[in-house]
Design a protein around this ligand. Structure first.
Ligand SMILES: [Ca+2]
Length: 314
């Protein structure tokens, strides 16, 4: 763990540990297979193997809890939607929502698909609880048609760096199983090298909630004939949903804990207060609050104690 004071007792920038923020949090899925119980078939090239999903059977369910459980490669667990047989396909979407309970700074979001990756899906976030859903990234073989975005877009210096891009690089039907998609929040953003000074990117990586909107399934085009076996072989399935990040404390805390009101709060140091240490303590208002940077802890100062060596904390 990172300390907020050095060996001499001087304030230093500190932050909570980097972690998989999704682990042991339960995502909410707007759709899940197995109620009513249903057959489904895996696309495995030339052959199809068929199985059974039953949402109420502990051995046969594929509920959303399996998105964020501990994941061992030899024992896949996965969330699965109903199949195209039940009407799952564009324009009907399936949403996965992850509520974090406070602001986090997100480095990456990674999805490991149990089936083929979708033809189109998008990641959204909320910067503050109850705020609007903002687009984070689009993945689509049809960026223009589905999202009205250029598939070769990029961000130039001077552009608004809080712009969601679309890429067609991760939307092929192949591989039929085990495809990964990872979104790095700072990749391709010019101010990333100067993150400490970039208020815009500090806001861009901040999220209190994440939403994966699965918008269009990949198919071989054979659903056109409406054969039940074929329709039962198209559905969304994701074996792991990971989110790399840190509890957001603006450089003024080294850990977060469960607060009185439920939900996480920062254990604020440097005479800061607030869920994210985003304000100075009322008795430490001698200069405006500032986020800690690589150069300075920017601790809050007391008007009475500023000249003294080490003020007694109140
Ligand atoms: Ca899993």
């Amino acid at each position: 763990m990172d300390s907020c004071y050095d060996d001499e007792g001087n304030p230093s920038t500190c932050m909570p540990k980097f972690e998989n923020v999704a682990f042991n949090r339960t995502a909410v899925a707007s759709n899940v297979c197995g109620s009513p119980p249903e057959d489904y078939c895996m696309q495995t090239g030339s052959t199809r193997s068929c199985h059974y999903c039953d949402a109420s059977d502990p051995d046969l369910h594929h509920n959303a809890s399996l998105l964020t459980d501990f994941h061992r490669s030899e024992e896949n667990t996965w969330w699965q939607s109903q199949s195209m047989y039940y009407g799952i396909q564009h324009p009907n979407s399936v949403n996965l929502t992850l509520h974090l309970g406070k602001a986090f700074e997100i480095t990456y979001i990674r999805l490991k698909f149990y089936t083929s990756r979708p033809e189109s899906f998008a990641i959204y976030k909320r910067t503050e609880q109850d705020g609007p859903w903002l687009p984070y990234q689009y993945y689509s073989a049809s960026c223009k048609k589905t999202y009205g975005k250029d598939s070769k877009g990029y961000i130039r210096p001077g552009d608004d760096e809080r712009t969601a891009l679309c890429t067609d690089e991760f939307s092929d039907i192949s591989p039929l199983t085990g495809g990964n998609v990872a979104f790095s929040t700072l990749e391709g953003r010019p101010s990333a090298y100067n993150f400490d000074q970039s208020v815009v990117l500090q806001e861009w990586v901040t999220a209190t909630d994440l939403l994966i909107s699965l918008n269009r399934l990949n198919t071989f085009g054979d659903e056109f004939f409406k054969d039940a076996k074929v329709l039962r072989s198209y559905f969304y399935a994701i074996s792991d949903f990971s989110v790399g990040g840190r509890c957001k404390c603006n450089g003024h805390a080294s850990e977060c804990f469960e607060g009185d009101r439920g939900g996480l709060v920062c254990a604020c140091e440097h005479h800061t207060v607030g869920d994210d240490c985003q304000r100075c303590h009322p008795f430490y208002q001698d200069r405006p609050w500032s986020r800690a940077s690589g150069d300075s802890a920017n601790e809050c100062l007391s008007e009475y104690l500023a000249s003294g060596p080490l003020g007694t904390a109140c």
